[in-house]
Design a protein around this ligand. Structure first.
Ligand SMILES: Nc1ncnc2c1ncn2[C@@H]1O[C@H](COP(=O)(O)OP(=O)(O)OP(=O)(O)O)[C@@H](O)[C@H]1O
Length: 266
């Protein structure tokens, strides 16, 4: 079992942010975590990474039960690509250094790397279509290029679990499709980690994400096989608005069914 969460609760200032969340992620599965703003996705990820502790319930990640294990060690096996990581990196570092620093999970490259590390970094950058960027500094990269560099960085440590936290934020439709193509390749690799893809948008859910968890107001609204979760009926109840989900080439597209356009109602 990669993740085993049983009845996890998290309270803050008398407010229940996560309510008895159950989630089991098995080896070989790739999950999408879908929820609107404020539904508790980041809180749940912080819990999986051991940055916050459940007020109640139990969490086991990669076979390590929280409370009985050094979380710093556990975090080395988890890659987490997020916007907050982007903000912590040094813009003046080259893309290659950023990828290499993933080996030590450090911000900045302080440890020695050898030719083998460099070869691994270049091979990852090639497979993510960013080999031509090796000597470019991070602050000169576009958002889509940054995301590829960060995914390559996360893979440097050969994680068992890779969390892609809203990787398509800020991308135009073409950059988004390009990045999704790269993510598809990462997931298809023989040595692929278990991937959790976090998003607000069902259009981004690739067919390789065979499982989906819907989080609504801190509660698991539904979870299971993606094609069973992403139906018009489930999604209409999930969003509290009538919507239609259309499946095309294994991807799902969402249409909001309103008699009045949302943007004209007061
Ligand atoms: N440290 C905290 N103290 C108090 N409330 C918090 C704290 N962290 C999160 N919350 C609240 O918990 C709820 C869930 O927040 P969270 O960031 O987990 O949602 P999210 O699904 O990741 O949202 P988004 O998609 O906007 O990133 C929000 O109402 C938020 O204000």
């Amino acid at each position: 079992m990669i993740i085993d969460i049983n009845k996890a609760r998290w309270e803050r200032n008398d407010e229940l942010i996560l309510k008895d969340v159950n989630w089991q992620v098995k080896e070989g599965e790739h999950w999408c975590l879908l929820g609107l703003n404020g539904s508790g996705k980041t809180t749940l990820l912080n819990m999986i990474n051991g940055y916050i502790w459940p007020s109640n319930g139990e969490i086991t990640v990669l076979g390590k039960k929280f409370g009985e294990y050094d979380l710093r060690e556990l975090r080395k096996s988890i890659g987490w690509v997020s916007t907050s990581l982007q903000q912590k990196l040094y813009g003046s570092e080259t893309a290659l250094h950023i990828v290499l620093s993933g080996k030590f999970a450090t911000i900045g490259l302080y440890d020695q790397t050898d030719d083998e590390d460099k070869e691994q970094a270049l091979s990852l950058m090639t497979s993510l279509g960013c080999a031509s960027l090796v000597s470019r500094t991070y602050d000169t990269l576009s958002q889509g290029q940054r995301q590829r560099v960060l995914i390559a960085r996360a893979l440097m440590a050969k994680p068992k679990l890779l969390i892609l936290d809203e990787p398509c934020t800020g991308l135009d439709v073409f950059a988004r499709e390009q990045l999704l193509g790269m993510i598809n390749k990462v997931v298809a690799r023989d040595d692929a980690p278990t991937v959790i893809y976090v998003t607000h948008h069902i259009e981004e859910i690739l067919p390789c994400f065979n499982k989906t968890l819907l989080l609504k107001q801190g509660e698991v609204f539904d979870s299971g096989a993606t094609e069973q979760v992403l139906t018009s009926d489930v999604m209409s109840r999930f969003f509290d608005v009538p919507v239609e989900v259309e499946r095309r080439d294994g991807r799902n597209w969402l249409f909001v069914k309103q008699t009045e356009p949302l943007w004209t109602s007061s």
